[in-house]
Design a protein around this ligand. Structure first.
Ligand SMILES: [Zn+2]
Length: 197
């Protein structure tokens, strides 16, 4: 026989802890996705289920597309992109996935901005929730304009603000030259091109 153990397993565990006995622990579609064979996200190059580099240490790379095999009943992941890459791209970028990924490879400041936006989504910080969706090229133009402004104003506080808002490692004690050096180290393509005047 050997049946029955599965059902017992579903009912056990988890329920005991926090009172409010309304929840039955059932296997959800999300649980099945989490248990499926992991796939690599081609946008952040992380495997589904591994600790997300943009998380707080516990968050795992989440996948949202999956299907169930008609023959084996097994759940398998579909698509090539994790949930947060899909979400970040759809929310902030007009480009299709492959175009955006190519442009990110070619431009480290765009890549840094993408990672910053993705991190904001993973951690649910909402710091960028008012950003408009735009094409990657428009993002690049905006980033370069911000940098030029900070750089040309030469205003220490503008540079400091730039470092903060772009999550560039710095110290409150850094002077202007040090901040500029750190910005350039973080984003090598920065300042090498001037925006059209
Ligand atoms: Zn991803």
């Amino acid at each position: 026989m050997g049946k029955g153990s599965k059902a017992a397993c579903k009912e056990s565990g988890k329920v005991a802890s926090s009172g409010g006995g309304k929840k039955k622990k059932m296997t959800t579609w999300q649980d099945e996705i989490a248990a499926a064979q992991p796939k690599l996200c081609i946008s952040c190059e992380q495997m589904a289920g591994e600790i997300d580099k943009h998380g707080d240490g516990d968050a795992k790379v989440k996948w949202h597309r999956a299907d169930r095999s008609r023959t084996s009943g097994e759940v398998y992941l579909t698509g090539d992109e994790c949930y947060h890459c899909w979400d970040t791209r759809r929310r902030y970028f007009e480009d299709d996935r492959d175009t955006l990924n190519t442009k990110r490879k070619d431009n480290s400041s765009l890549d840094a901005r993408y990672n910053c936006l993705r991190k904001d989504r993973v951690l649910k910080l909402g710091e960028h929730k008012h950003e408009e969706k735009k094409a990657a090229d428009a993002w690049v133009a905006e980033i370069e304009a911000e940098f030029c402004e900070a750089f040309e104003e030469g205003a220490f506080y503008t540079l400091l603000r730039f470092c903060k808002s772009h999550k560039i490692k710095h110290s409150e004690d850094d002077n202007e030259d040090t901040l500029i050096r750190k910005i350039r180290r973080a984003w090598p393509s920065m300042g090498s091109r001037r925006t059209a005047s």
